[in-house]
Design a protein around this ligand. Sequence first.
Ligand code: ARG
Length: 418
Amino acid sequence: MWGGRFSEGPSALLRALNDSFAFDRELFAEDVEGSIAWVTELGAAGVLSADEANALVAALRRVTLTDSDAEDVHSFVEDALRKDLGALAGKLHTGRSRNDQVATDLKLWLKRACDDAIALTKALARMLAQRALDEAATPMPGYTHLKQAEPVTFGHWCLAYVAMLQRDLSRLNDAQARGDECPLGSAALAGTPLPIDRARLAHTLGFARATANSLDAVSDRDFAAEYLFAASLLLTHLSRFAEDLIFLTSDEAGYAELPDAMATGSSRMPQKKNPDVLELTRGHAARALGELTGFLALLKGLPLAYNKDLQLDKEPLFRTRATLAVLLPALTALIGGLQLDRDKLRAAAASPLLLATDAADELAAQGVPFREAHERVSRAGAHSTRSVDDVLAKKNVYGGTAPARVRDAARAALEALA
Ligand code: ARG
């Protein structure tokens, strides 16, 4: 592919470091797609004859992914083409560089990774919103500082995570829209010398537009960094969700029980039912955060334009997509099957301790300054005269935990996520 000026082939030591086919084969489908669009444009521009372009497109459609000792996925596809077509394969790379090629492949791949993440996150958010609707009036103790604070409803707890996931969805959509630009036609760094219609090429590949600057196009990885950030924050939310559930299902709290299919046992202690799925969620969040910081560090010292450091941009992205693909459906199944101990939740939420704020509110409603009411209740342990249901119903403000509000919010979320 680049042997012309060299007197000997690459050493095994170099190849062990330099080759990327072992991982960038993940971009095979996108690479073929990009090449089909490129030769089609070369045909339209009159750079290739119609017969040549047609032969190349047909051969590209015949290439299948196999093991190979090719340097990278781009040379793999070209090698396969050469075996099929002979010398004509050498025309595929006319006016193009692996620099604009790999940036294009990665952007196509990331658009799909965003689609996946969006679909899986929506499914989890929908499950949570459905449970919120079903449990809109189920009291539970609400916490601050992990100390029992005031009653809330389980539905309201579910909707807190729906709110986080909806922001994650918005971030993934934004990242996808900003990255929706086609680098192909930027060539190595300066732009292709061929009369290519880059806007048409971008649209053929399903991009919204072509990139505006060839130097930027081959070295920009903002879209990948944004995906990693959106995924890291999503995983941070999932980690908090996991942490809450580990607490709620702990032997000490015992407010809920994991579905058997989503829990693990101990090889030693027969009584154990362990929350491994939730602990792995926390662990994956930690790792995703590392992927993001490593990725930004990879970019921060790069001079324009392409540098080989960028070959290392791919594995964090591949790993993150694979993590989301297993984690999100597992958590969806887990929350769908979570069994609540509603009596225990209600009893805890109805404890006089949790109704102390309401007792102070009652005094304040009778004209006692709230500061004094607070003091009296905390000294005398004055009790609320209301039931937990009355206290919940009073939080009847937009965004509050009153069951009627939770029902409205759950319905609105289900509609938004449909
Ligand atoms: N495997 C390379 C990568 O992933 C492809 C681009 C190579 N470009 C180059 N100028 N050597 O970044």
